[in-house]
Design a protein around this ligand. Sequence first.
Ligand SMILES: [Zn+2]
Length: 406
Amino acid sequence: MDALLSSITERQTPLTETLVKLAQINSGTLNRAGVNQVGELLSKMFCARLNCHHQQHAVAASTQLRTDGSAEEHRLGDLHILSKRPDAPLQVLLTGHLDTVFPADSAFQRCQWLDDQTLQGPGVSDMKGGLLVMLEALSAFEQSPLTQRLGWTVILNPDEEIGSPGSAAILAQQAQQHDLGLIYEPALPNGQLAGERKGSGNFTALFTGVAAHAGREHHLGRNAICAMAEFITAVDQLNGRRDGVTLNIGVADGGETTNQVPDQARCRFNIRTRISADEQWCQQQLQIIQQQINSKEGISLTLHGSFGRPPKQLDQAHLALFQLVTECSGLLGAPLAWESTGGCCDGNNLSAAGLPNVDTLGVQGGHIHSHSEFIRLPSLVERAQLSAMILLRLAEQPDTWLRNRM
Ligand SMILES: [Zn+2]
């Protein structure tokens, strides 16, 4: 095992160079060409080093409602599935996303060294560094004598940063065919692992009123923006009413000019939940508010959206896997613990589909989703060694980790 792990140490320079190259290809979720470019580059690297099977899938488009209720469709990049030894006793699913939060026209496009161990750049931590960790760990594992006991599937998805609307179905289906999941989101800023994660839902509220001239016929108008303002206040007041549930109005727009009573408005909001029963509570509260708004003459409110990611809660199977990761990190000299977080990721989706998983096996860095995102470069090697050790330990005792797959 030691020889395999120390071989990763020599990979620091090529890993860093590849990371710079990947980070400087813009792959904001809606930049389909950029996401596909990163997907193509990476899948070629996986195939070349791991001699694995490769499939490329188109995913459903992402839709967003405009203020007038019409749908705006965005085609997403392709999803890649790479796999090896589907008949081995133990099946491990590894996932990572190709997209970043930085759109094609973002000012944040280039990498910059902050010191010789720290690189700033778009997606270096979240999660192009993690994708390379995954590749490096699998490459080391493939040199071991235990490979026949463990088969694996890698999913590279194009849309995690918008909640995986296009890839959710494939993730859920693959989750059912595997025994456990390893996900390469960045570690928490202090280097620790994420344990429990909140659930999340995205919603759009559309308001229709009656247009009228602001001067001559103001009394005939029914103001959609004012109705929206009441709705926003009522939704915001739900904060603090239920433990662990937060509601955030993130976008609001409507109207076109000041001399007209606006007949259209739209707001978009996000809800975070702690336990699955929170979803029903939120739906009930929203329904009450909706009825109040709809009882106003001339005003109509429709609600769209859903809870795309249930909360991730840690059952016995998750705890056993976390224990293994902790042991491995201890053997490597930097024992890790886990903490709960309000953020969510594809680990929520995989848990909801019944697959125990650890979802922060990627690199260590910070300020993710901001223009000062950085990676601590030695974590590329450290985390690849951690994952290689996890794979080796899993393969040593495959029977311990089997579960009833579909
Ligand atoms: Zn991420």
